[in-house]
Design a protein around this ligand. Structure first.
Ligand SMILES: *[C@@H]1O[C@H](CO)[C@@H](O)[C@H](O)[C@H]1NC(C)=O
Ligand SMILES: *[C@@H]1O[C@H](CO)[C@@H](O)[C@H](O)[C@H]1NC(C)=O
Ligand SMILES: *[C@@H]1O[C@H](CO)[C@@H](O)[C@H](O)[C@H]1NC(C)=O
Ligand SMILES: *[C@@H]1O[C@H](CO)[C@@H](O)[C@H](O)[C@H]1NC(C)=O
Ligand SMILES: [Cu+2]
Length: 675
């Protein structure tokens, strides 16, 4: 009976969520559409029509109009918006004759606006196609086949996966990639069964193998205990749960109009980029006192993602990944599973990127949007001080979540943007998937005499130490572009004049950052609140209107600052940076992150020490996690969560959800199912 009721609800929800989506609307920040990708391909291929050599598209994304143009369009007369859309442009990074080309295409004029050959260090993002191509090459390579045979394995049960090579002081570098191979016999969990000691190096421009190493034979971990696919598990099972569905018989409370989303007191634009993944723009909140929408966030996205492993040996040292700049956090987004990745009341949206041949690729159900009723309390109070009556006022909490999942090789990253009616925006990151596993001869920690660079999880299996750093680009525009960054330091004051029985208290000392140097911050060294304020806007009592950064998970790098991976990942040297807005400073690890040398990072831009007071500024915050694997992370990792929150601070005159109406009780629809 339970099952039949459930089926009835599912039908209802699918009906209501699809009805709220409007795909006819266009916005200057909309991601490129499949037909626009096709047009870019046609225009670019026409000019570079040599075959061979062929041109490959490493990146195609929207070249967004200048901020001033977007803002004036956004706040222009709604009646003329459809006819005043700024010209659509695409930015392309291509490989052609072993060079990186930067091409800007005007889609309205169907022409190339500019081309530039990039001559600096580093290479563009890797495409899926080139990685797939070189990952097949070892299977035709005799020494590799011999290595597999030597290990007593069946070559048809081996697969190879790709790893970027990093940069370790080489004077010259070619566009190469390292392949790591895994056993697949008896389990889906290939990442748990590495063929340790084998490293295959491929040249991506030439699409051939260029080096091969088989250092020594290490036992391949057994398949037993590695499986995570439900149908392949054996009893005992558990724990068990009773199914539940969230029901909204009148449809969802949010509206999706093209890529623009509105819900409760929020409205924002949800974009997509092959490199960044989800991009939130123009987030504004309705202020019931001022009776208008007020600007909060012009643009927010994950700019770079640094994952260095802590094993310096020959087959592991290079694993210091820049997951966005090398592998494409947007390209790595995967289809979400209804009722599992997202709750039953979620609506889904697709995403499109261009493959290396320029042909659009669809990621179905790449985003989900849902109202989250987590059973939390928005605010409450019980008052029993008033005679004879007890007053109880409670408002349940509700929020709107935009969720994506990017699977980069072994790891799965859940990225949530959660909008709360209280004005807060909560950024959530969930880490799950499979650990980076190294095979070993060890079966017990007592055998380990030297550094094992990780935790022994089971026989022959080490989960290698590593970090995760996600650097967010947060272009806050608090009630306008001209903003300042204010540090509110909490300082102890000694009472020395015997005016109080107390000997001390704490108070606040505010400091407005004048230049970039004032805004490079390591959190946790001293108690302080960090906020972006509009110095030109005051509340009635005279406080500057602002938004505060509320960090949860921060980690400071432990690699030596002069170590190559840390030079490339130097944007993690501080937990917070503030820079003046600059359209070309988008990627914290540099536009050319693959084999970069740390010359074009946020840390380098910040050294210019530009003025940031009462200017259009960008806040950069890095969520960091040092990961010492534990046995519970194996064979698949329960989600480890991190994130931060942006909270209004003297932005509203008072609690913006004081008069929030509690959701009405929902009556379940009648379902004709037999008991
Ligand atoms: C879709 O968007 C267009 C353009 O703004 C609007 O005219 C139309 O009413 C919308 N349709 C729905 C169903 O919301
Ligand atoms: C190798 O594996 C394949 C696929 O599982 C199988 O068909 C083949 O018989 C195996 N070969 C040997 C020698 O076991
Ligand atoms: C914007 O950033 C780029 C890259 O860092 C830099 O070359 C350029 O000079 C900057 N423009 C301004 C106006 O600071
Ligand atoms: C940054 O600029 C300010 C103001 O010009 C100056 O006082 C400060 O010393 C500079 N800091 C660094 C690290 O260059
Ligand atoms: Cu981890």
């Amino acid at each position: 009976m339970k099952l039949e009721i459930f089926t009835c609800l599912i039908t209802l929800l699918f009906f209501s969520t699809s009805a709220s989506t409007n795909t006819t609307f266009h916005h200057p920040l909309d991601p490129l559409t499949p037909s626009e990708f096709k047009l870019v391909r046609t225009i670019v291929q026409k000019k570079y029509q040599a075959s061979p050599p062929t041109l490959t598209f490493q990146y195609i994304g929207l070249d967004e109009p200048d901020k001033a143009i977007v803002l004036s369009w956004q706040y222009s007369d709604p009646k003329t918006k459809a006819t005043t859309l700024p010209p659509r442009r695409a930015f392309v990074v291509a490989r052609f004759k072993k060079q990186s080309l930067e091409i800007t295409v005007d889609l309205s004029k169907r022409s190339i606006v500019s081309t530039n050959v990039y001559i600096g260090h580093g290479f563009p993002m890797l495409t899926f196609d080139e990685q797939d191509f070189v990952a097949e090459l070892p299977f035709k390579y005799k020494p590799f086949i011999e290595s597999v045979n030597k290990r007593g394995l069946n070559i048809s049960e081996v697969v190879c996966s790709t790893a970027s090579v990093g940069w370790y002081g080489e004077i010259k570098s070619k566009r190469t990639l390292k392949l790591q191979c895994f056993h697949t016999q008896g389990s889906t969990n290939l990442f748990a069964m590495p063929l340790e000691g084998i490293t295959v190096v491929a040249d991506l421009d030439e699409r051939k193998l260029v080096a091969y190493f088989d250092s020594k034979i290490v036992p391949v971990p057994k398949a037993e205990g590695t499986e995570y696919v439900a149908s392949k598990q054996k009893p005992p099972f558990g724990p068990t749960f009773i199914g539940a569905a969230f029901v909204q018989p009148n449809g969802p409370g949010f509206k999706i109009n093209g890529h623009s989303i509105s819900w409760a007191n929020w409205e924002f634009h949800l974009g997509y980029d092959i490199r960044a993944g989800p991009v939130i723009s123009l987030a504004s909140i309705y202020d019931i006192q001022q009776q208008r929408y007020r600007r909060v966030l012009y643009r927010g996205y994950i700019s770079e993602f640094f994952v260095p492993y802590m094993d310096p040996t020959s087959s592991w040292y290079f694993k210091t990944f820049l997951d966005s700049g090398e592998f494409g956090f947007g390209q790595s987004m995967v289809s979400l599973e209804p009722f599992a990745d997202c709750p039953s009341n979620a609506a889904f949206l697709d995403a499109y990127f261009a493959g290396e041949d320029g042909v659009p690729v669809k990621i179905a159900n790449a985003f989900c949007v849902f109202e989250k009723y987590a059973g939390d309390i928005m605010w409450r109070h019980t008052e029993s001080e008033i005679h004879d009556e007890e007053i109880r006022e409670v408002r349940p909490d509700v929020s709107l979540v935009v969720r994506t999942v990017s699977t980069v090789g072994n790891y799965d990253y859940i990225v949530d943007w959660e909008f709360k009616p209280s004005g807060s925006i909560k950024m959530g990151v969930g880490l799950t998937g499979i650990l980076g596993i190294k095979a070993t001869a060890y079966t017990h920690v007592d055998q380990i005499k030297e550094d094992a660079f990780g935790t022994l999880l089971t026989d022959n299996t080490i989960g290698v130490h590593h970090d995760h750093y996600l650097t967010y680009h947060l272009d806050l525009d608090i009630d306008g572009e001209a903003n300042s960054f204010v540090k509110t330091n909490l300082e102890t004051v000694r009472v020395t004049d015997h005016s109080s029985p107390r000997k001390s208290y704490w108070t606040v000392v505010r400091e407005t950052a004048k230049t970039e140097a004032d805004a490079r911050i390591k959190l946790g060294l001293k108690p302080s609140e960090l906020a972006v304020v509009n110095p030109n806007k005051e509340t009635k009592p005279g406080n500057k209107m602002g938004y505060r950064l509320f960090p949860f998970t921060v980690a400071n790098p432990l690699l030596a600052p002069d170590d190559y991976p840390q030079l490339r990942g130097s944007f993690t040297n501080y937990n917070v940076f503030v820079t003046p807005y600059n359209k070309s400073e988008k990627w914290a690890g540099g536009l050319y992150a693959d084999q970069s040398r740390g010359e074009d990072t946020l840390a380098v831009w910040s050294l210019r020490n530009r003025s940031i007071e009462n200017k259009d500024i960008v806040l950069w915050h890095t969520v960091g996690i040092h990961h010492v694997p534990c046995q519970e992370d194996y064979p698949i990792m329960p989600t480890l969560s991190g994130g931060f929150e942006l909270k209004p601070t003297n932005f509203f005159e008072s609690n913006p959800v004081l008069k929030a109406k509690a959701p009405k009780p929902v009556h379940l629809p009648k379902c004709n199912s037999k008991p």
